[in-house]
Design a protein around this ligand. Structure first.
Ligand code: CU
Length: 190
């Protein structure tokens, strides 16, 4: 099992804290509604609270849109601008991926992902077990997916779409190596 660390640990702690708050809130509601109260006594307050809530979430939504909308064109996403340095075909099928087993790091790769049978999903996991990116693998359709491996290491490609009895065995180790410096590509100079 991969140890939980870094960002995933933060997410776990955050999730535990938030779910504790939710459980406390529900327990408080349960214990505070044991005695019946006339509707007229609580209705105006309830409506006021609902209005405030509406404004709060409305404002939050507009603010979130304003902050994040400009990053939306997916061409700006990781490594997806400019010309790809490498084009890699990925064929998903029950229950394996047919694709290269070694790829370079720090190289913008254009993955052309399709399926030979049912729907699959190609998920790229870092050596630490963190999901870095994913794309659907669909029959009769090729999804274009740009990705740059941040550093060398032993990555794993996993299927993220329930595709049959062997779905949980559908993974492929991927060795990501540091590409040779450009100066050595043309051979040794005297
Ligand atoms: Cu699957």
């Amino acid at each position: 099992m991969v140890p939980i660390a870094g960002k995933q640990l933060v997410i776990l702690v955050l999730w535990l804290a938030l779910s504790t708050i939710v459980v406390i809130a529900f327990s408080w509601v349960v214990s505070s509604t044991k005695r019946p109260v006339p509707v007229g006594d609580v209705q105006p307050g309830g409506y006021r609270l609902r209005r405030l809530w509406g404004w709060f979430y409305g404002t939050l939504l507009v603010a979130a849109f304003a902050v994040t909308l400009w990053t939306v064109p997916y061409a700006w996403a990781q490594g997806s601008t400019g010309k790809p340095a490498l084009v890699v075909h990925v064929y998903a099928h029950q229950f394996a991926f047919t694709m290269p087993k070694k790829l370079p790091s720090g190289t913008r790769i254009e993955f052309l992902v399709t399926s030979l049978d049912v729907n699959h999903d190609m998920g790229i996991y870092s050596p630490q077990g963190e999901l870095l990116g994913q794309v659907q693998a669909m029959p009769d359709y090729t999804n274009v997916f740009f990705f740059t491996f941040p550093k060398p290491g032993r990555y794993v490609i996993r299927c993220l779409e329930l595709c049959g009895a062997g779905h949980s065995y559908m993974f492929q180790p991927l060795q990501v190596y540091a590409p040779a410096p450009a100066s050595t590509l043309g051979g040794r100079s005297a």
